[in-house]
Design a protein around this ligand. Structure first.
Ligand code: HOZ
Length: 428
């Protein structure tokens, strides 16, 4: 190992004494790639610096949050203006409606929305709302999709749940699990058959319109359309979990990209500009079922937090300017072109999936269109690749079952350097 890691190791020992499993979110513990986590000291633009003085081109970007790059000056300016005014009131501010209006303009399926503090909270609340609106208990999800860690959703889930080989968590009451049906992603036929038999019992169907928690898996033509059609027929609500894809694959999210109108959308990450945030929204009719207008209860002291709103407004304003998504697409294309060349040259069984600025290099010959395919990847080889890249100054997600994120701060020279590192790292 060429990397100097003594400072990170010291902090890891310290953290293990005081934090559960040493971390506040499981994937960060590096169990899937071996070794111990790299402790970050600071970040700027596309780069992370660790406590040992190593610098990395970052492709985690806080799991997609930092679309403008780390420590963006416009977001910083907005935050610095907001901080002296107080950091939480537990009372309304104008900024909440301002950010809501900005989001609505980008996602016309949303007429009303509500802010919460995380993607998990957004999804958990959207599901309660769907159950409240329909009077039904059952929910349908897709294996390998991850929708946060709420009880009902930790059944055959992706991300850390898949990484740690426990896609269905202990602690989830059997009664909850019974009401969660997990079907294979991209299997329109299987889904339609299920809905034909059981659709009238289904409160909602929740999906990552582009799955980004089993690595990146794109929807096959017709899959999302099949969901929309069957939900309309059975009176079930279609929830697009756009916590990752929202404002990422385009200003209008995946729903804009594929031209599909979900009944409810969940958001997080980018809309908080790097501060904790989540949101869920849909038609005025559905959202009016929420308390205090309606009877479905959900609340939060830090919901619509003024700092998160300030950072979120700055982040979305920047994304609304022309050229950002063009740049992200160009970077994605350059990365794809380079990686495909490297894959061909290496002769290794590798598969690349990409959607705009999201991509995953799978250690499998593919095709990668569902969890069955993702689960067949050589995760040991991925771990080796992860460390070979880290040694060459590139920080990848510490699990095969996550997605790489480019930001607007990654330059053509950064991509070039990453490709060079990948070519060397794959030369086993
Ligand atoms: N579940 C997140 C990735 N999909 C990881 C969150 C984190 O560790 O920050």
């Amino acid at each position: 190992m060429k990397l100097k890691t003594s400072g990170s190791k010291k902090l890891w020992d310290y953290s293990l004494k005081h934090l559960a499993g040493g971390v506040n979110s499981p994937v960060r513990a590096f169990n899937a790639v071996g070794g111990s986590p790299l402790f970050i000291k600071s970040a700027k633009g596309p780069r992370l610096s660790d406590v040992d003085g190593n610098s990395y081109l970052d492709y985690v970007m806080s799991w997609g949050v930092m679309i403008h790059g780390h420590a963006d000056t416009d977001i910083q300016t907005a935050l610095l203006a907001a901080v002296p005014k107080g950091t939480s009131y537990g009372a309304p501010t104008g900024a909440e409606a301002v950010l809501a209006e900005m989001i609505k303009k980008a996602l016309p399926s949303i007429e009303k929305l509500r802010f919460v503090s995380s993607g998990t909270e957004a999804v958990m609340s959207a599901i309660r709302l769907a159950r409240g609106c329909t009077g039904r208990d059952k929910i349908v999800k897709f294996t390998g999709c991850y929708h946060g860690h709420a009880d009902s959703l930790l059944v055959k889930a992706g991300s850390g749940a898949a990484t740690f080989g426990a896609p269905s968590s202990p602690g989830v009451p059997a009664a909850f699990a019974r009401n969660t049906v997990s079907l294979e992603y991209n299997d329109s036929e299987g889904f339609l058959a299920y809905m034909k038999r059981n659709g009238k019992e289904v409160a909602c169907v929740i999906v990552e319109p582009i799955a980004a928690n089993m690595g990146l898996v794109l929807p096959e033509p017709g899959f999302l359309q099949a969901l929309r059609k069957a939900c309309t027929k059975s009176g079930s609500l279609l929830i697009f979990d756009e916590v990752i894809t929202g404002f990422r694959v385009g200003f209008g999210g995946a729903q804009g990209l594929y031209g599909i109108k979900p009944d409810l959308t969940t958001l997080g990450k980018i809309i908080g500009g790097g501060l904790p945030v989540g949101a869920y929204g849909g038609s005025g009719k559905i959202m009016s079922q929420l308390s205090p207008a309606g009877k479905v209860y959900q609340a939060g002291t830090l919901s619509g937090n003024p700092l998160a709103m300030a950072a979120g407004c700055a982040a979305i304003k920047k994304l609304s300017k022309p050229g950002v998504y063009k740049k992200l697409e160009a970077s994605g294309q350059a990365m794809e072109k380079g990686l495909r060349l490297i894959i061909r040259k290496s002769g290794l069984p590798l598969t690349l999936n990409r959607a705009g600025s999201l991509f995953t290099l799978f250690f499998s010959k593919g095709p990668l269109k569902d969890w069955t395919g993702a689960a067949a990847c050589d995760t040991k080889l991925y771990a080796k690749f992860f460390w070979a890249m880290a040694e060459r100054g590139v920080y990848l997600p510490p699990s095969q079952f996550e997605t790489c994120f480019l930001s607007a701060a990654h330059s053509p020279a950064d991509i070039e350097a990453t490709l060079k590192a990948a070519e060397q790292a794959l030369d086993y």
